[in-house]
Design a protein around this ligand. Structure first.
Ligand code: IPD
Ligand code: CA
Ligand code: CA
Ligand code: CA
Length: 257
């Protein structure tokens, strides 16, 4: 199989755009909301419809690929071999239900565990970041360059609310060293903030489909992602991820020692 990252990138742009249009058009329609693991873990009929749309597209145009989708319409994935599409149909479902903004739809594509391309659409802001190590990164069609280095005191760090309630010392210490913390409630939107240079980092407890798109794009721009132990994201389980320009991990590691 010949891999064509640019073709995959074009397909991601097309699919994410269609999905974003579908989600925005359906905002006035009644939503069926159910809980999954607990009262703060929501899923709607829209999450499932959008995942079904992506799965149909991927099966049609990339029949050799496997699909790791949040809502379970893809494949059971226990290893990273071959071509895998990581699909998060609505990232920030709580925001989608409660705020009708600050949510994303996103897909990350990996070959044997290596990033190929990712795409994140902030649905209501209509901000699409897409790209990867071989294709470069675009924001709504405009190229983005590598993030400049910045001192920890000069940048904002995004976190999820669990990070605050779990009170992990290095996280609170790192935030104290920074310009401050921000909580958006969507990993995709947070990764986009880092990719666009509006935040220097993002720390959160994330599943593979939460990390895959952002990490694929970020890896083209001098933005790293580490687990607490300093390893690369496993993309196979939920784990704490420290993403950001190198200074974020350097300071986090120093606080650990
Ligand atoms: C969640 C959001 C949230 C993050 C959680 C994710 P979902 O994704 O990205 O910001 O804190 O860890 O699970 O479930 O809304 O797709
Ligand atoms: Ca979810
Ligand atoms: Ca998600
Ligand atoms: Ca989701």
């Amino acid at each position: 199989m010949k891999l064509e990252p640019l073709k995959i990138q074009h397909d991601l742009v097309a699919w994410l755009t269609v999905a974003g249009d579908k989600i925005r058009q359906s905002l006035t329609e009644e939503l069926q909301v159910n809980t999954k693991s607990g009262r703060n873990d929501l899923v709607t009929n829209r999450d499932k419809e959008i995942e079904r749309f992506y799965v149909n597209q991927i099966r049609t145009y990339y029949p050799e690929a496997r699909i790791y989708g949040e809502e379970g319409l893809g494949d059971e994935i226990n290893d990273l071999s071959g071509l895998i599409f990581f699909v998060d149909p609505i990232d920030g479902t709580m925001n989608f239900v409660k705020q009708k903004e600050n949510f994303a739809t996103m897909i990350g594509v990996y070959l044997d565990g290596e990033p190929i391309v990712g795409g994140i659409l902030d649905v209501m802001a209509q901000r699409l970041v897409v790209g990867g190590p071989q294709t470069g990164v675009m924001l709504n069609g405009r190229p983005l360059s590598k993030r400049p280095s910045l001192d920890i005191k000069d940048g904002l760090i995004g976190v999820n609310s669990r990070m605050l309630s779990e009170n992990i010392n290095q996280v609170t210490d790192l935030i104290r060293l920074s310009s401050g913390a921000r909580i958006t409630g969507s990993a995709g939107v947070e990764f986009s903030q880092v990719i666009m240079g509006k935040q220097i980092g993002y720390i959160s407890n994330l599943s593979p489909w939460d990390v895959a798109a952002g990490w694929a794009i970020a890896s083209a721009l001098n933005i790293e992602a580490h687990t607490i132990a300093g390893q690369r994201p496993s993309l196979l389980k939920r784990e704490i991820i420290i993403a950001g320009i190198p200074t974020v991990w350097q300071n986090f590691a120093k606080l650990q020692s």
